[in-house]
Design a protein around this ligand. Structure first.
Ligand SMILES: Cc1cc2nc3c(=O)[nH]c(=O)nc-3n(C[C@H](O)[C@H](O)[C@H](O)COP(=O)(O)OP(=O)(O)OC[C@H]3O[C@@H](n4cnc5c(N)ncnc54)[C@H](O)[C@@H]3O)c2cc1C
Length: 489
């Protein structure tokens, strides 16, 4: 029986582990943290429960596929709840706009806020559907090796059909004339940790997923998805070791031969998969002379995707006016991205996103369980004063919107970009691996199979097909398929 070791129990690692274990491999997953699921992390503080990590779940069929491939049904383990009127957006002007899977509900609001968009909304939906279908067909299920892959006639056609040369902001400006409504659709760039003013319009396809297929939450908390994966992985006979950090990938004759743990113990394997962050893990676990195609200089040149300043706030008094997903936009959206990507500083006037899962299911937590997130670059916030100052800036902003956090606060926990980096070994605290600003990083992400070391593979947000929970799950499935195919060849 061939042995596989997977470094990290994120969604990508678990998805790969389930497929390979089912296919007859003996899979061991080694995870440094005390929970499985990686960034999909449950946090309990007193009687308050929070979901850290993916709050917005799209593409449930991708997650279902992980289990249906092995003869199980994900719906026997968890319940997806579709949020039809999913996100309330509040603008600087005081206007608001609720995103919905009902085009009628959207057009009714646009008629007041953006009459041109009320006319063009169906055209927008048609175009983002086309972008999604083309991308799904051409890119989601492949592991790319080089630009040469794009030279096949079908892929060249697919590549140029997904608007790779136009920015998201430019594309959206053709449909939405109201500056504030434009902010709502441009915010999709942040779902891949990037700026709408630099990201290719291709990623506007996220609008198709949200505005037609819908946004989902998982009953009892999103981390139940990772728990379902763990249950099936173990049921198939896989081994999961928590609180065990890998310190080195063992390489013999330029071939991965297992891993060494921080405790000094060795776990031999025929194949090693790295699910930990591509850049951090490569630098930390493989010595530079073994990877001529990935010297540290090259790894350091990647631009990380957005990180975050996150506050988990448990409020005694239930806040019935805060939707499951609620966004407060600043006046100048462009400035936020220039603060993050050009000035490398916390945004002066940030967009404040709140996930309030108790809005949909009050039994999930005491009071109101607010996950408050502000986009941030990779900054080091070493002093408590600096952290408190920024936190209070966010609370002041929310107070202006009628949400008095300080008055009702019972429990609170803050995560900064450096604490996120430390917690998940994420490159500069990036939530989604590398950004998608350069064409090369958007369409030719680092390869899933090592060029330098045989039997070494990568899954996760920095590799193909990209960041975000459905994409990393697909990367796990794609890599498992590739390993099985290579071994059979
Ligand atoms: C605050 C936040 C909000 C987000 N919001 C959304 C959202 O709304 N929607 C969405 O789709 N996505 C969202 N994401 C992104 C999403 O969570 C990630 O894309 C996805 O979960 C990443 O999965 P992964 O398998 O690539 O890796 P990870 O989840 O990063 O898992 C990798 C695992 O490897 C472990 N590891 C690393 N190094 C080692 C080592 N040396 N030894 C042992 N273990 C190691 C880490 O501890 C980690 O558990 C969000 C992320 C964050 C942090």
């Amino acid at each position: 029986m061939k042995k596989v070791v997977i470094i990290g129990a994120g969604l990508g690692g678990l998805a790969a582990g389930i497929q390979l274990q089912h296919e007859g491999y003996h899979v061991t997953i080694v995870e440094k943290n005390a929970h499985a699921g990686g960034k999909m992390m449950p946090v309990k503080i007193g009687d308050y429960s929070f979901d850290f990590g993916p709050n917005t779940i799209t593409m449930p069929d991708v997650f279902r596929k992980v289990l249906s491939n092995v003869g199980e049904s994900l719906d026997d383990y968890i319940e997806f709840v579709r949020l039809d009127h999913h996100t309330k957006n509040v603008f600087y002007s005081g206007d608001s706009f609720i995103q919905s899977t009902s085009p009628d509900a959207v057009i009714k609001q646009l008629a007041d806020l953006d009459p041109t968009a009320a006319q063009t909304y169906w055209d927008y939906l048609k175009e983002v559907q086309r972008l999604y279908k083309q991308s799904e067909h051409g890119f989601f299920h492949r592991t790319f090796q080089s630009w040469l892959d794009y030279l096949s006639p079908s892929l060249t056609k697919a590549f140029f059909s997904v608007r790779p040369l136009e920015t998201m902001n430019h594309f959206h400006s053709r449909y939405f004339k109201n500056k504030e409504i434009l902010q709502v659709f441009n915010r999709y760039a942040t779902y891949i940790g990037s700026s709408p003013y630099k990201t290719p319009a291709t990623f506007s396809m996220i609008g198709y997923l949200e505005m037609t297929e819908g946004v989902f939450t998982i009953k009892g908390g999103n981390p139940n998805l990772a728990q379902a994966f763990v249950e099936v992985f173990k049921k198939l006979g896989g081994s999961l070791h928590l609180e065990q950090e890998v310190s080195q990938v063992i390489v013999r004759d330029q071939t991965a031969a297992g891993v060494q743990l921080a405790s000094g113990m060795e776990v031999p394997a025929d194949t090693v998969i790295i699910n930990g962050d591509f850049i951090t893990a490569t630098k930390q676990l493989i010595s530079e002379e073994l990877r001529p195609s990935l010297p540290n200089k090259k790894l350091d040149s990647y631009e990380p995707s957005i990180s975050a300043f996150v506050i988990l706030a448990g409020l005694k008094k239930y806040q019935q006016d805060i939707h499951h997903h609620q966004v407060f936009f600043p006046e100048d959206y462009k400035r936020e991205f220039s603060d993050i990507f050009e000035k490398n500083q916390l945004p002066e006037d940030p967009t404040v996103y709140i996930c309030h899962s108790a809005y949909t299911d009050r039994s999930i937590s005491k009071g109101s369980n607010l996950f408050i997130l502000v986009n941030a670059p990779a900054v080091n916030m070493k002093s408590g004063e600096e952290i408190d100052r920024y936190k209070n800036k966010i609370y002041d902003r929310l107070e202006k919107e009628g949400i008095d956090i300080r008055e009702n606060l019972e429990v609170e926990k803050v995560y900064t970009p450096d604490s996120i980096a430390h917690l998940f070994h994420a490159y500069k605290g990036a939530l989604y691996g590398v950004s998608s600003h350069k064409k090369s990083d958007a369409f030719l992400r680092p390869r899933n199979k090592s060029k330098d070391i045989k039997a070494l593979y990568y899954v996760g947000g920095t590799t193909h097909p990209g960041g975000g929970s459905p994409m990393v799950t697909l990367s796990g499935l794609n890599v498992a398929k590739k390993i099985i195919f290579n071994d059979k060849a």
